[in-house]
Ligand binder design. Structure first.
Ligand code: NAD
Length: 292
């Protein structure tokens, strides 16, 4: 099976490398030339644009920042739609607005190209390990057909419904993660401000009900003051914006999400948008004039 992979950033780079390691024949493209050249060193065939990247391929995986990037890669100049053969399947693993997944999928259908949305959670370490969690939307038969290929990149993959359902699941995930990081930041700022030892408190509470995957992933980073991404604030703000849009379109009120969005805007104002979302801690540090 010949696979095209477009988007070789923090996530796409290790995901594509795992596919190569598993023996898949890969043709890759990214706007960043360095990323393409690096993939060539690992045995990928390279392309000059998206159309060339999908020529002769049975399936194309995209791992791009947001909806406009996916739209540009699929429908823009030298886009996927120009080079794809009829019957090709596009598996978009980016986290984008579900209404855009459906709209792009509808246009592709007219070109006899099928689309699935299969965003992931787990972040860079799980992309490297090949243990991401995938939430997939689209035709169930197609999900089953590509199950084995997805399993090279993921430890858990759940079919959640029609095209767009994958990104709705991802938005739910992103709301929970953002609020969880904020709760952890708020609580540990209190500990420091009240004269406690955040490191000891973390050890004391991580095994109880307050413990979480988020706490175990982010508190050690906060204690080490390691804010290297990981998952950038600007990408999380993008997800919250998509969540608010999706929520408004179905009259779901998301008060905590809108609060989180404002906190992220404040961090952007401080120029922290390229840092890991663990730097939500800095929002609390600034408003309480304390350092963890
Ligand atoms: P990234 O910014 O590191 O990588 C995106 C890559 O896409 C870049 O290399 C960029 O050059 C390339 N690109 C953008 N537009 C392009 C186009 N039109 N054609 C070709 N290449 C193009 O982002 P990332 O962290 O790898 O995230 C990718 C997606 O995965 C995002 O939707 C993000 O929300 C999601 N995600 C990220 C993480 C994480 O921890 N980083 C975790 C889960 C999900």
């Amino acid at each position: 099976m010949k696979v095209s992979f477009i988007g070789l950033g923090i996530m796409g780079k290790p995901m594509s490398r795992n596919l190569l390691k598993a023996g898949y024949q890969l043709k890759v493209f990214d706007l960043n030339r360095e990323a393409v050249e690096e993939a060539a060193l690992y045995g990928a065939e390279t392309a000059e644009n998206c159309a060339e990247a999908v020529e002769g391929c049975d399936v194309c995986i995209t791992m791009l920042p947001n909806s406009p990037d996916v739209r540009a890669a699929v429908l823009g100049e030298n886009g996927i739609v120009k080079g794809a053969k009829k019957g090709m399947v596009l598996i978009d693993m980016s986290s984008i607005d579900p209404t855009e997944s459906r709209a792009i999928g509808q246009i592709l259908k007219e070109h006899e190209i099928e689309m699935m949305d299969a965003p992931v959670s787990g972040g860079e370490p799980k992309a490297v390990d090949g243990t991401l969690s995938v939430m997939a939307g689209g035709r169930k038969e197609t999900f089953e057909q590509y199950y084995e290929m997805l399993s090279v990149m993921a430890g858990s993959f759940v079919y959640v419904g029609e095209l767009g359902a994958g990104n709705i699941a991802k938005l739910a995930n992103q709301i929970i993660v953002a609020i969880n990081i904020a709760a952890v930041s708020e609580a540990f700022t209190l500990v420091r401000k009240a004269g406690g030892d955040p490191s000891l408190v973390y050890q004391a509470i991580r095994g109880g009900l307050a413990g979480s995957t988020v706490m175990d992933a982010k508190v050690p980073m906060m204690l080490e003051r390691n804010f290297k991404p990981g998952f950038r604030i600007e990408l999380h703000a993008k997800d919250l914006n998509n969540a608010l849009n999706a929520g408004h379109s179905v009259h779901a009120s998301l008060p905590l999400t809108s609060q989180m969005m404002e906190m992220m805007q404040s961090l952007k104002a401080y120029g922290l948008e390229k840092e890991d979302h663990a730097s939500l801690l800095k929002y609390y540090e600034k408003i309480s004039a304390v350092e963890l």
